[in-house]
Design a protein around this ligand. Structure first.
Ligand code: HEC
Length: 145
């Protein structure tokens, strides 16, 4: 009964001090906001993948999900200010040193969401979804740590 509290205190100290991903403590928390916006994109795209994976294509539901993804796709970009390259960011320096290449990846992703939204058949939706996932991956390979 003596050791448990000591351990708990150590654990609490470590949770705050040893946490490898620090909180975004800058005004406006741009890094935190863009990371949350990427999570929103992930959450918007996952149900589409599930629908296609389960082979339960439903055109009406699909259209609703694709529209939702289009709504949230631009979320992260406004939080990429010039002075936002600091922990806990997982963005690579190349976001700022190669802005043209980053813009190309953004455009590929935007085009993929457009194509997805235009799809009305299961096959077209699957092809567009594959390209969407490829666009996430391509950008992450070059621009995310
Ligand atoms: C144009 C580039 C680009 C595209 C396109 C892109 N991402 Fe990312 N993503 C990034 C970068 C850069 C980060 C790192 C953000 C940071 O920490 O500053 C990131 C981070 C994330 C994160 C982690 C957020 C966190 O909490 O650390 C998730 C999840 C994510 N992206 C999902 C996706 C998905 C899903 C797609 C496609 C549907 C996608 N991304 C498309 C560049 C991109």
């Amino acid at each position: 009964m003596f050791r448990l509290p000591v351990f708990s205190v150590l654990l609490m100290v470590c949770l705050s001090a040893c946490n490898p991903t620090p909180e975004d403590d800058r005004p406006g928390q741009p890094v935190k906001h863009r990371q949350e916006a990427f999570k929103v994109i992930l959450r918007a795209s996952e149900p589409i993948g599930l629908m296609l994976g389960d082979d339960k294509f439903d055109a009406e539901n699909f259209a609703r999900l694709a529209a939702r993804l289009s709504e949230v796709r631009d979320g992260p970009w406004a939080y990429y200010g010039a002075d936002t390259n600091y922990p806990p960011s997982k963005s690579r320096d190349e976001v700022w040193s190669q802005p043209d290449k980053f813009a190309v990846e953004r455009q590929r992703f935007q085009n993929a969401t457009d194509t997805l939204r235009a799809a009305t058949t299961r096959d077209a939706a699957q092809t567009a979804y594959n390209e969407l996932r490829a666009s996430c991956k391509a950008c992450h390979n070059g621009f995310r740590r």
